[in-house]
Structure formats: C-alpha cells, structure tokens
Write a protein that binds this ligand. Structure first.
Ligand SMILES: [Zn+2]
Length: 458
C-alpha cells in the first residue's frame, strides 16, 4: 500500500476540544490520509515525507468540524410558511404540504440543507426524515446520495409516523405509514446503508417521529429493532407544554416517563429539544446517559421555551447542537447556533453563569459527536482521530479586533470558512463548496419549492 499523503496546516490558532480543552495560539496540524497524525504548538516537525500541500493558517482558528444532531432536510422547500405559529398549529398547517413530497423534491431539499451547513463548517450532518408518502419514490436513497455528493459525514435517522388523526395523533391519516411497513422499511434502510466501521461516512438510526405522531407499539418495537441491529435511536421529546399535556392525557404520565416505559432512555438514544424537563427528567437522562440535541433557534421560532442546558451539563447529560428543520429555522446554519445557544441560555434561569464560549464550541463539536455515538472517531482534534476540521478566517474587519479566537468565533458574526476537511478530503475552499454547484442547487431548490406549492394547492 502506498504511504498516506500528508497535508500540513501551520501558523494558526487551534482549539482541539480534547478532554483538557487544549488550545494553541500558534500551532500546526498534520493530516495523513483520512486521519489526524499530529498537532501541537509551533511549526510542524521537519522532514515529513509525502507532503502534498502546506496551508498557511495565519489569521485563522482551526477547530473540529461542526456536528449537527437534529434536522429535517425536506423542510428546505417549505421555509417561510406559518411564521407566527407555535408547534402544534405549525405542524397542522404544514403536514398537508409535506405529505405531497416526492423523490426529486427530497433530493433538492437535502442538497440545499447540506450546502448551507457544509459551507458554514459542518462536517457531520444528520437528517431525521419521517415523511414517506405512498408512491413517493426512494426518499432515503435520494437523501444519502445528496450527502455523499456534498462530501459530509452523515447519519440518516429513518423516521416514521403511524399515529394519524383517527388514532388520536396530530398528523392527517394520509401522511402516515402502518406500523408494519414503517418497521420493515427502517430495517431495510439499516441493512442497505448503515456502515459500522470507524471511518464510516454513512450511518442509519431508527427514529419514530414523536409521542404525538407514533403509536406506543412503534416506539417499543422500534427500540427493539434498533437494539437487534446495533444502531442508535432518535426521536423528538419534551418539546412543548402541549406535548406534555398530550402525554398526560393519553398515557397518564409525562414524556420522559413515557419514553422510559417504551425503552427510549439509554446511552444509544438521543432526543431533540428536551425543553420541558423537570429535575427528575434530567436525572433520568443523566442516569441512563440519554443524549440531547439542543435546537435553540427552532425553540425560539416556535415559542417552545428554553431548554435547561446548564442543568443537563451539570448532571452529566450528553448534549449536542441541532439546526432542526428549516421550516422552523429558516437560516439552516449550525455555526450561528453556537452563538444562539450561548445567548438564549443566558436568558434562562442561570443568567450570565449559563454557558461560555468554550462550552458551546464543545456542544457543537465533541458533544454532537457523542450523541451521534461517534466521539471516539470525531469531535475533537487528536492524533488518530478522523481528519474532520475547519479553518475559520478571523483576520477580516468582522473579527480581527476581538481579543480571543474562540470568543470571536462564538460571540462574533458568522465567521467565513477558508477550508473544511471531512475524512481528510477538502469539501470547502474560500467559502465555496468544492464538489457540488451552489448556484445550480439554488435554482433546483426554488423550482422544487414552487412545484410542491403548486401540487399542495391543487
Ligand atoms: Zn425536529
């Protein structure tokens, strides 16, 4: 086998996000093949062989790539609708439109979602996709194809809904699958696409949508299926007061107790939102190491509330950051969620002691990797880990006068990405995606959004 090709990055600030939060004000990092080989203070060692490229990172901060832990790509083509609604009214307004999606729409929407995230420093993305209308084509295949083309590492959370209106659920009956077909299709997706290897680019999780859109049987059998197949479990939980009321009325208990009764707490589970959690709920998540995808902008957009992230972290709950679907977070960016997570949590009970810049950088990188079950491979810059990393430009007028690079990244304006690497392969150069055509994606997403609007109005 040929010796691995090396890329040397020098002269930049580095925030490793390792266990000790090691930082270098002026350091180097060596990529060999798809791994980080070495990093440290000062210049790279002399005499390295097979160096194919040297990057001068002066004026930059190098961090692990951002990891997104919650999203719904298809919503890229239904942005800007129901802008003044809270969650349940917003869902009821949008379900009939979403139920008309097809494969070309899902593909274009995934391309748009991935393009904006990747351009903004995301190296690992996920899509919780749960709308599979009959006859709509191979939606999962289209989403995975878009992720491979963009070049990001990817987890598809194969979602499902089987509790329609006639079973007391929120989605219309025509938008749901049956229990049997949802389970069979999920198993098939895992078998076809899930890669369990260290440097996997595609993984699959089992992901029934939410307590108010899936049956108790689907939750129980979904959990059993995931554990039989050895993959992770994902869903929405404790997002709003309405969901809490729904669970008490239908199941006689709150969402966290309901999840525990259906097998949905555990270190192989991560859940989006977790806004309405009491102390006992947080203790149950901590005891079971159940992960949380914190989505501050979406929670604000839908007036859901402020998740108790400082309390979760103090209790030892694994927490990552999420964009959430872009019908409730039109920007679709994750790097701006770092800033929003910090600011929104300071509006909660903990005031200025809530979160600091380094904690939110950790949420957006290592924390995300941990909830996706990939923290041994990615999420921090350490020798032997996969080379997923970003060079943020901080020497322009927007950031140059901010005292500290991590503070500049989190508190300042959205920083431009000079280069982004996934698995040792560059996917962004000077803010542009290298492997897909952004202008073409802008055209196709607009066309598919207009086609969906016409069909839904029809
Ligand atoms: Zn969501």
């Amino acid at each position: 086998m040929a010796a691995a090709q090396r890329i040397v990055i020098e002269n930049g600030a580095i925030a490793t996000v390792d266990a000790d939060d090691t930082e270098y004000t002026n350091g180097y990092l060596v990529i060999a093949g798809n791994r980080i080989e070495a990093l440290g203070a000062g210049k790279a060692p002399e005499g390295l062989e097979n160096v194919v490229r040297r990057i001068d990172a002066s004026g930059h901060l190098v961090t692990p790539g951002l990891v997104n832990t919650h999203h719904h790509f298809y919503q890229w083509i239904t942005r800007g609708l129901a802008t003044d609604h809270s969650l349940f009214d917003w869902l009821v307004a949008l379900y009939p439109i979403w139920a008309r999606i097809d494969e070309p729409m899902a593909y274009a929407a995934a391309q748009g979602s991935l393009a904006v995230m990747a351009r903004g420093g995301v190296t690992t993305a996920m899509d919780h996709h749960y709308v599979y209308p009959k006859g709509s084509g191979d939606l999962s295949g289209a989403i995975i194809r878009a992720a491979r083309e963009t070049g990001v590492r990817f987890t598809l959370a194969r979602g499902s809904m089987d509790r329609g209106e006639k079973s007391g659920g929120l989605p219309p009956d025509f938008a749901v699958e049956t229990l049997e077909s949802a389970l069979a299709a999920t198993e098939e997706t895992v078998e076809q696409y899930h890669d369990a290897s260290f440097d996997a680019m595609t993984q699959v999780a089992v992901a029934p949508c939410s307590p108010f859109s899936v049956s108790t049987e689907l939750l129980c059998e979904g959990a059993a299926l995931a554990r039989r197949l050895g993959v992770r479990l994902h869903t929405h939980g404790s997002e709003t007061v309405e969901e809490e009321k729904f669970c008490h009325e239908l199941f006689g208990m709150g969402p966290t107790d309901y999840f525990e009764s259906t097998g949905w707490l555990g270190e192989d589970v991560w859940m989006a939102h977790c806004v309405h959690m009491n102390d006992a709920d947080i203790a149950a998540f901590a005891r079971t190491r159940t992960g949380v995808a914190h989505c501050p902008s979406s929670n604000a957009r839908l007036a859901a509330g402020i998740a108790r992230v400082p309390d979760m972290l103090a209790a030892g709950v694994p927490v990552g950051l999420g964009v959430d679907g872009t019908a409730s977070n039109e920007s679709g960016e994750l790097h701006t969620e770092l800033r929003n997570a910090l600011l929104i949590n300071r509006l909660g009970a903990h005031r200025e002691a809530a979160l600091n810049a380094r904690q939110v950088l950790r949420l957006g990188t290592y924390g995300g990797a941990r909830v996706l079950g990939r923290s041994t491979e990615i999420g921090s810059l350490e020798p032997g880990k996969l080379a997923d990393l970003v060079l943020w430009r901080l020497d322009t007028v927007a950031h140059a006068s901010i005292a500290d690079p991590v503070t500049a990244l989190v508190f300042g304006a959205a920083a431009p990405v000079t280069a982004s690497f996934v698995n040792g392969r560059q996917i962004v150069e000077a803010g542009r995606l290298l492997h897909v055509d952004e202008d073409e994606i802008a055209r196709s997403t607009r066309a598919e959004a207009q086609r969906l609007a016409r069909i839904a109005a029809g």
